[in-house]
Write a protein that binds this ligand. Structure first.
Ligand code: NDP
Ligand code: 8X3
Length: 253
């Protein structure tokens, strides 16, 4: 029987690249997100290329009932999930606190924190029953380094950092590993979403820098899951060569 990986937010960016990487290793996949067309296209492509099975679950991770119904809808064989990649997330806006839009804050907290918790609860129940599993949370350098105009996003990723540590303690002895990956700058749809579709502003984020690609994070994830059973990689921080941390980036302009 093939291993199964469930990847949230697989319709673009890191999640899509990670789906490719697991497919290449022969995993069956459960891919989630809201954009059904993208997920269906990815399913078709991966099933054709890698002779694996891909199940699409289309739901809004902010909605607890939708999360629970999606996981409860899994057939017995599909519930044997070996790896959960908690990747779905976003930044919305980049404003000083007094200019911030509370709708943006709701979107970030509801997706990055509450959505991740809803999915983790459901999947960890299955993993505990099976006595095995690996939960990989996509945090951010913003999860330990708060920056100007990013209070709400950074808070959401600080929460992911705390959740990763807390869940590792809760699941100690259950056979389940917990890893947090905290990337720096990656060129995905992240900035386009952050700036509400302003493509020019989004692309300027990467001016003069070679950013990471989704595939770089997927590579790190595959390394993490390839470790022997007794090894838990707790955390990985991964940045472009041109970025020292959230505050210092060397741009060649
Ligand atoms: P993308 O915007 O390319 O991908 C985000 C994914 O999350 C999409 O598949 C999207 O699917 C999904 N998603 C967002 N909101 C929801 C929702 N409400 N319900 C279900 N799925 C949702 O960005 P990235 O690949 O860059 O982002 C992935 C993760 O990486 C995020 O958690 C982000 O915070 C983190 N990260 C990104 C960095 C970067 O510089 N890019 C750096 C550090 C961390 P859909 O729209 O179809 O619902
Ligand atoms: C995204 C990293 O520093 O660009 O999580 O906000 S940053």
């Amino acid at each position: 029987m093939k291993n199964i990986a469930l990847i949230t937010g697989a319709s673009s960016g890191i999640g899509e690249a990670t789906a490719h990487a697991f497919a290449e290793e022969g995993y069956n996949l459960i891919i989630t997100g809201r954009r059904a067309n993208r997920l269906r296209e990815l399913k078709k492509e991966l099933e054709r290329e890698f002779k694996i099975e891909v199940l699409v679950l289309c739901f809004d991770i902010r909605d607890r009932k939708q999360c629970e119904a999606a996981i409860d809808s899994l057939a017995k064989d599909d519930r044997a999930i070996d790896v959960l990649v908690n990747n779905a997330g976003l930044a919305a806006g980049l404003d000083h606190i007094n200019d911030g839009d509370p709708n943006d804050w709701d979107a970030m907290i509801d997706t990055n924190v509450k959505g991740l918790l809803y999915i983790t609860r459901k999947i960890s129940q299955i993993m505990v029953e099976r006595g095995t599993g690996h939960i990989i949370n996509i945090g951010s350098i913003a999860g330990t380094q708060p920056y100007e105009s990013g209070a709400a996003y950074c808070a959401s990723k600080h929460a992911v950092h705390a959740i990763s540590q807390g869940v590792r303690i809760d699941l100690l002895g259950s056979g389940i590993k917990v890893t947090e990956i905290r990337p720096g700058m990656i060129e995905t749809e992240f900035s386009l979403v952050r700036f509400h579709g302003d493509a020019k502003r989004a692309s300027s984020v990467y001016d003069g820098v070679e950013p990471l690609a989704g595939e770089d994070i997927a590579d790190a994830i595959m390394w993490v899951v390839s470790q022997p059973d007794h090894v838990n990689i707790d955390e990985i921080v991964i940045t472009p060569k041109a970025q020292a941390n959230a505050y210092y980036t060397k741009r060649e302009i």
